[in-house]
Design a protein around this ligand. Structure first.
Ligand SMILES: [Zn+2]
Length: 137
């Protein structure tokens, strides 16, 4: 199992990326899910899923109090499926941070990101700089 921790400077969130390799990872996953305080019965069903060596999926959990988001990736049969899963979970991460920041209109949030990206290309400024900008919400 691979575990990667990433800090998201904007909003002070931390992201834990857990990559399942095979069914032997089921026990180690329990520890990671407990860190985000995922309910016990949910952890059990995830462990079941891993034990059955299910493929081509992912899960995203969040704990707003702890400001933690955990993304779990199961093994994928192809690179294409892996990309689809990652993109799907990526969207959950954005949705959840926006939800935390009380930006309920996800579509508007994406539009705002697109505007920011366009400006940054035109002005040739870095994304890092933009991510430190305080939110107007
Ligand atoms: Zn989903």
């Amino acid at each position: 199992m691979k575990v990667k921790s990433i800090n998201i400077p904007i909003y002070d969130f931390s992201l834990i990326l857990v990559e399942i390799e095979n069914k032997d990872d089921a026990d180690a996953v329990e520890k990671q899910l407990s860190r985000v305080k995922v309910p016990k019965d949910e952890i059990e069903s995830v462990k079941d899923y891993i034990s059955k060596e299910s493929k081509n999926g992912g899960n995203t959990y969040r704990n707003f109090d702890l400001k933690k988001i955990l993304v779990m990736l199961y093994p994928c049969e192809s690179d294409r499926k892996r990309r689809n899963v990652i993109n799907h979970e990526k969207r959950h991460v954005v949705d959840r941070i926006m939800q935390w920041a009380s930006i309920d209109d996800i579509e508007a949030a994406f539009y705002r990101d697109w505007e920011t990206d366009r400006k940054s290309t035109r002005l040739n400024s870095s994304h890092l700089k933009l991510s430190r900008m305080p939110s107007s919400a």
